[in-house]
Design a protein around this ligand. Structure first.
Ligand code: CDP
Length: 222
């Protein structure tokens, strides 16, 4: 059967990864979380005390960063140079720095090259901010997910509590607002809807309803 690329973009915490995983499972495709890659780079910069103004060090360390994902059956964890950093990159201290890091052009160039290589055989679902606009502008299906900001904050708050983390709802709300602001206003690859992306507002949809709508869109393209 013909294989396609599905690009899912949208604001912070609007359910992109849930939808991407559901579609990948249903179609037997690979799910790739591009946001995890920017989180992994952020974690590396923080661990190695790389200043965001230090272009020379950034260019040097970007050559030393390889990001992979463990197989879906093993959890699809984010691996940074072979080390499983999945739980660390979901923490607030990484979330607080990821948008400034992701606004750096050299970082984006390195990640986009890895993402395009991962998608060269198609049969993938990738979620992020610039997948339909920059990474795969020819993706057969582009979905732009949105949801009410307060609903997004509540969802992320619950998700973090379920992981045993203890942020306040204000910290989560502020982080989402600040990331959306930085992601939408940066010069390089700002978050925006591709002109040919289908808008899906999931504020009042449960995961099954959102999945069924998206799967129907995918089936048309197949
Ligand atoms: O899961 P959530 O929506 O909170 O965010 P994420 O997908 O893990 O992405 C974390 C951050 O990475 C975003 O806020 C962006 O700053 C950056 N990002 C990006 O710039 N481009 C992408 N394709 C994906 C993420």
């Amino acid at each position: 059967m013909k294989k396609i690329i599905i690009a899912i973009d949208g604001y912070s915490s609007c359910g992109k990864s849930t939808l991407a995983r559901q579609l990948a499972d249903a179609l037997n495709y690979t799910y790739l979380d591009s946001g995890a890659m920017y989180r992994a780079v952020t974690y590396y910069f923080l661990e190695h005390k790389i200043a965001l103004e230090d272009a020379e060090s950034i260019n040097r360390v970007l050559q030393q960063i390889e990001i992979r994902f463990s197989p879906q059956e093993e959890g699809g964890h984010t691996l940074l140079n072979g080390e499983d950093i999945e739980s660390e990159i979901r923490k607030m201290y990484v979330a607080n720095w990821v948008s400034p890091v992701a606004a750096i052009s050299a970082v984006r160039r390195a990640m986009v090259a890895q993402q395009q290589a991962m998608g060269k055989d198609k049969g993938i679902v990738m979620d992020g901010r610039d997948i339909g606009t920059v990474v795969f502008p020819d993706a057969e299906l582009k979905i732009f997910l949105t949801a009410d900001p307060e609903i997004r904050a509540q969802r992320r708050y619950k998700e973090l509590l379920a992981k045993g983390l203890t942020p306040s709802i204000e910290q989560v709300r502020n982080n989402l607002q600040e990331r959306d602001r930085i992601d939408s206003t940066r010069t390089d690859s700002p978050l925006r809807r591709a002109s040919d992306a289908v808008i899906l507002d999931n504020s009042n949809l449960n995961p099954i309803e959102q999945f069924e709508m998206a799967l129907a869109l995918a089936k048309v393209r197949l």
